[in-house]
Write a protein that binds this ligand. Structure first.
Ligand SMILES: [Zn+2]
Length: 381
């Protein structure tokens, strides 16, 4: 694979957003709703909508003519879906960038491009890492032919690299990426999890609170790092224990619904996968691959099964799968390949989640780049 010439990284000004102003983007008026920073709250009488953007793979094949075009197309997909569905929140479900194609320490340029459609609309977001986000740079064989190695331009982002010494081919770590994501943008709800779970970084929980009382939870969103890239594709035993202890602490009686997000499907996905056509009780539109699960399983599925409050798990990784299937007490769902980067030419789209309070419900469907919607499923009614 090839490399990427670093471009000047834009430094974003620090946003202190409490009330957000209307925005005009792409010819249509997008009115951002008032929102208190660092609080995800249902608005009275309205559902809370989340868009899942999976496998964007920004920065892939950036040295070719068509590589950068992929990123332009991916931005268009996200923009049209955000304008159509107007979600309250965006979850980037891993493989935001293709780090193994980015030969500079600072991948933040691509990171910022990938997140720009949500940021430009003042829609808050959270991320989990996939197996490509901190993957090691892979030297393209063709760079050693007559074409040679493209000139390397270093980023000017001093927050990530300390001058020429860091301008090389070593890639950007999970910690650098998440620090960048959290850093200057108050719209980011991403967190780096507890240190004792490292090298697994994106492990945290967010609360969606009730319209009546910002202290009262409607649902908890759990983000778990399923590894890959710089270390094995796995959710560790320590992560499973962290989920157990955290959920027991903040939701001891399992009264509040819990929704789970990570990148690489667990092995349980293989056991529920439809063979051929997607028939009830599964719901979806493409089943074009076999499930590519994590390398090992160290207890997270048992931990989830032990809690009656867990509603569904959402993953990306397999670009040719978009189904939801029930598994014992909850649902296992794929997102929908959103990016033009990454393998496969299946039409691009995004899985949308819709949460209501009183009574709690969790519905989902897929919105495509062309605006069509399909695969409606009620995951909890
Ligand atoms: Zn991917």
């Amino acid at each position: 694979m090839e490399g990427q010439n670093g471009k000047q990284n834009k430094k974003f000004s620090l946003l202190k957003i409490v009330l957000l102003l209307p925005l005009i983007r792409f010819g249509s008026v997008v009115v951002a709703k008032p929102r208190t920073a660092k609080n995800l709250q249902v608005q009275k009488g309205l559902p809370f909508k989340i868009a899942l953007f999976a496998d964007l793979h920004f920065g892939e094949d950036a040295w070719t003519k068509w590589g950068p075009l992929q990123d332009v197309h991916s931005t268009k997909v996200m923009s049209s879906i955000l304008d159509q569905d107007k979600p309250d929140f965006v979850i980037y479900l891993g493989d935001v960038i293709t780090a193994n194609n980015i030969p500079i320490a600072n991948a933040s340029l691509y990171w910022d491009q990938a997140l720009s459609s949500a940021k430009n609309r003042c829609i808050p977001w959270a991320i989990v890492f996939g197996n490509h986000d901190d993957a090691q740079f892979t030297w393209p064989l063709e760079w050693f032919s007559d074409s040679g190695i493209p000139p390397l331009k270093c980023s000017s982002d001093i927050s990530l690299s300390s001058g020429e010494d860091n301008c090389g081919f070593m890639g950007t770590t999970r910690l650098q990426l998440i620090n960048h994501d959290i850093g200057s943008k108050t719209l980011s709800f991403s967190q780096k999890g507890p240190k004792n779970l490292w090298p697994s970084v994106s492990n945290y929980v967010l609360k969606i609170s009730s319209s009546d009382d910002s202290e009262s939870p409607v649902a908890y969103l759990y983000f778990l790092d399923s590894g890959g890239g710089s270390y094995p594709e796995v959710i560790s035993s320590a992560q499973a224990k962290w989920f157990n202890s955290t959920s027991m602490e903040i939701n001891p009686d399992s009264r509040v619904p819990e929704i789970i997000f990570w990148h690489i499907p667990s092995r349980a996905y293989k056991t529920v996968a439809p063979s051929g056509e997607i028939d009830k009780p599964c719901v979806g539109s493409i089943n074009k691959e076999t499930v590519a699960p994590q390398e090992a399983e160290y207890g997270i599925m048992n931990a989830l099964e032990a809690r009656s409050s867990v509603q569904a798990v959402f993953v990306g990784h397999n670009h040719g799968l978009d189904w939801c299937c029930p598994c014992k007490k909850f649902w296992l769902c794929f997102a929908r390949h959103t990016g033009y980067g990454g393998y496969g030419n299946w039409a691009r789209g995004a899985r949308i989640l819709e949460i209501t309070e009183q009574p709690f419900s969790l519905k989902s469907w897929i919105t495509m780049e062309d605006g069509s919607v399909h695969s409606h499923v009620s995951l909890k009614s």
